[in-house]
Design a binder for this molecule. Structure first.
Ligand SMILES: Cc1cc2nc3c(=O)[nH]c(=O)nc-3n(C[C@H](O)[C@H](O)[C@H](O)COP(=O)(O)O)c2cc1C
Length: 147
């Protein structure tokens, strides 16, 4: 499993780190990369993808969009289809980022393993636990082969 995140203020990074903690309990080989450091090779080597980023101006944060733009055609050429899940850090909405990711993943195409999770506001302990469980849920499902 591969976790790819992009964060400006640290909020999305905290959620991603919590998702990583949860995933590690079920998949000791889970990789955790910043979007700027991840590319097609890392995705092809994975069994599933957890994306974590902010909604900025009603869209996916630019750093995550850059990652998806870089992998889009190479993954289509490789006929790579993987399960994915999306965790969005948002101020008061998040739905635009979700819609954009869903549109992009129809094209590659990847399958939505879990319903996207939007976390609004600065992450507190409660939502960090939700993010931990979200990462754990994806890792467990991948391990069991149910996605
Ligand atoms: C330039 C900019 C645009 C933003 N646009 C939105 C938005 O459209 N909808 C929303 O819910 N939050 C928006 N936010 C708030 C961020 O999504 C939120 O603060 C998030 O937690 C930031 O995560 P990060 O700093 O870790 O990337 C915006 C923040 C910035 C800096």
């Amino acid at each position: 499993m591969l976790i790819v995140y992009h964060s400006q203020s640290g909020s999305a990074a905290k959620l991603a780190a919590a998702g990583f903690e949860g995933a590690l309990e079920h998949d000791p080989k889970v990789r955790f990369l910043r979007a700027a450091d991840a590319g097609t090779a890392e995705v092809l080597a994975s069994t599933g993808l957890l994306l974590v980023c902010a909604e900025n101006s009603g869209r996916l944060a630019g750093g995550m969009k850059d990652f998806l733009d870089r992998i889009f055609y190479p993954l289509i050429e490789q006929q790579c289809s993987l399960p994915y899940a999306l965790l969005v850090s948002a101020g008061n909405d998040g739905r635009g980022a979700v819609a954009e990711a869903q549109r992009i993943f129809k094209g590659i195409p990847f399958t939505e393993a879990l319903e996207p999770l939007i976390i609004r506001g600065v992450p507190d302990d409660g939502v960090l636990q939700n993010a931990r469980e979200y990462g754990a849920g994806l890792a467990t499902g991948l391990e069991m082969g149910i996605f």
